[in-house]
Design a protein around this ligand. Sequence first.
Ligand code: SIN
Ligand code: FE2
Length: 220
Amino acid sequence: MLNLGERPHKSNGQVVLNKDAVCLRGFAAAIAEELFLATIDIAKTTPFRQMFTPGGKPMSAFMTNSGELGWISDRRGYRYAKTDPETGLAWPPMPQVFRDVATRAAAAGGFAPFEPDVALINRYDIGARMSLHQDRDESDFTQPIVSVSLGLPAVFLWGGALRSEKPKRIELLHGDVVVWGGASRLNFHGIHPIAPNEHPLTGQFRYNLTFRRASPLRPA
Ligand code: SIN
Ligand code: FE2
């Protein structure tokens, strides 16, 4: 059994991870089904796919995007693109329910206003993981990251500014939202391999919506 020191919930539903980083327990629970259905809809036109690291390794989570830009990775590196390299078409527009939850959660985490232009969607099968990394392909690090968990539980690894810092383990459940920015914006983070389980809405998958502002707020 993992030692999940951050459970049970604090009474106000918030677990402070660090300065400028907070887990909002159940923040998206009431709209989780709507978020999930919108996700499935996006994947109908822009399917989940395995991307490759610049070093040529397949990533464990399957990904797609919605929004003005989408995050992609291949031999040429990590970057944002206006079109889906698989279809050559623009990514599907970001659903209003995505924009709303991202803006509201950012505000609850102390980052207002926040207007995402990317919703990167990760789909994890049982056993899938994400190794420790920084989100650093965006142009303006004053803008936070908002990360919504749907479906199977996960153990979020929350590290520090250096890769060598031992990460904390925080259990993320369906409807939990993590917001980080400011002093924590470039903290390392990742996902421990998803344990075998079944979720009533998503089956044997975990989904994660990660909202970012990739392009400059005021284009140069
Ligand atoms: C990410 O860092 O892009 C994903 C985090 C998560 O799946 O919760
Ligand atoms: Fe990330």
